[in-house]
Design a protein around this ligand. Sequence first.
Ligand code: PMP
Length: 393
Amino acid sequence: MNLNYAKRMDGIKASEIRELLKLTQRPEIISFAGGLPAPELFPVEEVKEVMQEVIEEHGRNALQYSTTEGYTPLREKIAERMKIVGVDVTADNILITSGSQQGLDFTGKIFLDEGDVVLCESPSYLGAINAFKAYQPKFIEVPTDDYGMIPEELEKILKTTENVKVIYVIPDFQNPTGRTWSVERRKKLVELANKYDLPIVEDNPYGELRFEGEIPPSVKSFDTEGRVIYLGSFSKTFCPGFRIGWTCAAPEVLNKYILVKQGADLQASTVSQMTVNRFLEKYDLDEHIEKIKAVYRKRRDLMLKTMKEELPEGIKFTHPEGGLFTWVVLPEHINARELAEKAIEKKVAFVPGGSFFPNGGNENTLRLNYSNMDEERIVIGVKRLAETIKEML
Ligand code: PMP
């Protein structure tokens, strides 16, 4: 059989991470590899109750098709919650998507032709890189430090590169580094996008999981021209299983997203949307987020403390003020993929950082997740990791 697949499939390969994640499902493995929220924090009883109410009170509507834009009461509540990141919008600016991941795929579909250029942070979210890859762009990684993309470097690239179509950023507790952009850099990014007339896609699934300090204004909050497309999600603040995320944009831009949503799947699940909406009516999501933060904060503290005690000198790691990940930079000669293979033998897993650089390199880096393991396993896991690193030094 010779099935003639489309050319775009050439760039789409099973990631090693998927293979690695399969291994991590073995219960004896301590896994810092995934990006999963802690399931023990899902409000299962409350969800059971609101699902039942949705079916009892609105059963026929909940099981019916509904509009592409999404369930209006939910869109209204999301518009209201956008104030948390300094954005003043109405339901007309909100499209409900199947997770924010769908917003990433739509971004590729709407903006990218073959050979077009996506500017992203270096490193960036693997799921976005893979979603965009289906549209066959080139990636240019913008040099990034602890405060975000370096504006001078970004402008140098913008000045000298043709066909740049999208600037994609994760300014809050970035996946994979856990870093957060300074407010200055956010403003500067919007200024540059205005100057070069480009859209910015701001992906923010983690911003509300801030353990210390105030939530900074989003990039979108500095947008005066309607060029920032903001992707939000309930996956980390509530639960990912309903697959409810949103795209927030100026109506004329959002219209493009609505059009491709029709082609993709007509609409997000009606019953999922109504359930999330009912949960938001009946329970205080912010209170729930406080509970999540308290647990993750402890796990972060413990992971960082244990790393400080156990890792050999000269190994750097980030100190995220929220979110799910920390990022480790090893001495140049240590390859994190080899380290991952050795670490698996000691029953500890992580994601080698090289995968997060669309153009490769940086094989001496790794991403650690602290949200999904309990405290005891965090300590044991970091100790095992440190041992493995020492053996490779
Ligand atoms: N963006 C980033 C940066 C992510 O880390 C993730 C998931 N881990 C997503 C988007 C997609 O999340 P979801 O589709 O569940 O909203």
